[in-house]
Design a protein around this ligand. Structure first.
Ligand code: CU
Length: 179
């Protein structure tokens, strides 16, 4: 899903504020473009509002969602994620198979330059398969996201309860296809 330029700018400002400490060498009063400050000279990727859907019991599956902004001028790609305490992690999308919405594993999520890609329930998501323990509201989940150009980005995502109509979203018995 794409977001308007204005929304992107607003989110970027929030994100820059949130990541100011992690960014390292930002200079007070500097006029250089936000994001042009890592050692490769390429703009960084911005992760905004990450969250993980609550899962009531150990062994269950769930999803991680966020907005991924690319303030740079070249595409980047989310290639993989590691989540301590989770048996397996995959990148997924939803697609229609006839009348049925099914999740499908995908090899990467492309983040086009100047855009924000939204990972959201019933859309793109990071699939967490087999949590070691239940995740409840108030818990947090540490994740390491691997991007082709931005490299590894570690985030801490809060856990929020399941929302939406019963039967929507992730259930342990829903159908998965590996390809
Ligand atoms: Cu999934």
């Amino acid at each position: 899903m794409k977001i308007t330029t204005r929304a992107f700018t607003a989110l970027l400002l929030i994100s820059v504020a949130a990541f100011a400490d992690a960014g390292g060498s930002h200079e007070a009063g500097g006029s250089h473009e936000a994001g042009h400050r890592n050692s490769h000279g390429t703009p960084g990727i911005r992760i905004v509002q990450p969250w993980v859907r609550a899962v009531p019991s150990s062994g269950g599956n769930t999803g991680a969602y966020m907005q991924i902004g690319n303030p740079g001028e070249t595409p980047d790609r989310l290639l993989a994620a590691r989540v301590p305490g989770v048996r397996a992690v995959e990148l997924h999308t939803h697609e229609m198979d006839g009348e049925m919405a099914r999740m499908r594993r995908i090899p990467e999520i492309v983040i086009p330059p100047g855009e924000i890609v939204e990972l959201a329930p019933r859309g793109l998501h990071v699939m967490l398969m087999g949590v070691e323990r239940a995740l409840h509201e108030g818990d947090t989940v540490k994740m390491i996201l691997l991007f082709e150009h931005a490299g590894e980005i570690e985030i801490t995502a809060p856990v929020h309860p399941i929302t939406g109509a019963p039967g929507q979203g992730h259930r342990r018995d829903h159908q998965h296809r590996s390809n």
